[in-house]
Design a binder for this molecule. Structure first.
Ligand code: SAM
Length: 203
């Protein structure tokens, strides 16, 4: 049965980073005939055109609990869950729910806002992932029937920009064929721009 991936928007704004992550999730969901929805989007929030127009992108102003009053079909991907996600969960759940929050270091456990609503949780291992990585890994497990232990990771990649500048991303990513982390289109440029801005602020 086709799966639905929901990211519940939990921040007041939608950062450029999140827009790139959500556009990547939409494209990958469209390619696998599954659905991606960004829920709880305030009616006042203006979404960037690139995200709004991304193939497979669906917006809802409703919260996940009003969209899915039957919680038994919904699995919350929760870094604090005590059970790891497994391929059989693809049979048990129709909807996979993620916190629409940027990663933070150290993690502040904002996924607890969704946990409190009573959804059953599954973990994707002990390391914090970006939201698009968490959806990608969930898809590999519940659609691709891959065990978590069979997935290759890149942890805390260091991205080098030129001779002297680099940024370490404190997250876990899926390893791409070239050995680097799988990241959304446009993300490296955005990180580079943000790093340059940070440097300008110091000067
Ligand atoms: N620091 C965050 C927090 O406060 O909970 C984690 C944010 S993470 C960038 C966004 C979402 O990806 C989480 O809400 C969760 O749904 C999912 N996620 C990330 N890493 C995960 C893991 N190791 N296990 C389960 N879910 C994960």
């Amino acid at each position: 049965m086709p799966k639905t991936y929901i990211v519940e928007h939990l921040d007041p704004e939608l950062e450029a980073w999140s827009a790139l992550e959500y556009a990547a999730i939409a494209r990958e969901s469209h390619a696998s005939n599954s659905t991606f929805m960004l829920s709880s989007v305030p009616t006042t929030l203006v979404l960037p055109n690139k995200l709004r127009d991304a193939e497979g992108f669906v917006v809802s102003h409703e919260s996940v609990e009003s969209l899915y009053p039957d919680k038994s079909k919904v699995c919350l991907l929760d870094p604090a869950a005590t059970t790891e996600l497994a391929p059989e969960d693809g049979k048990k759940f129709e909807v996979f729910l993620f916190g629409g929050i940027l990663g933070d270091d150290p993690p502040r456990d904002r996924t607890s806002e969704l946990r409190k609503k009573g959804f059953e949780g599954r973990r994707l291992g002990p390391v914090q992932m970006t939201t698009d990585t968490a959806v990608r890994v969930t898809r590999l497990v519940v659609e691709g029937k891959k065990a978590l232990e069979g997935i290759e990771w890149v942890d805390n990649p260091e991205l080098k920009f030129g001779k002297h500048e680099s940024t370490t991303m404190p997250f876990r990513y899926v390893k791409a064929q070239n050995g680097g982390p799988v990241m959304p289109e446009g993300m490296i440029d955005l990180i580079k721009d943000d790093a340059a801005k940070g440097l300008d602020d110091l000067l």
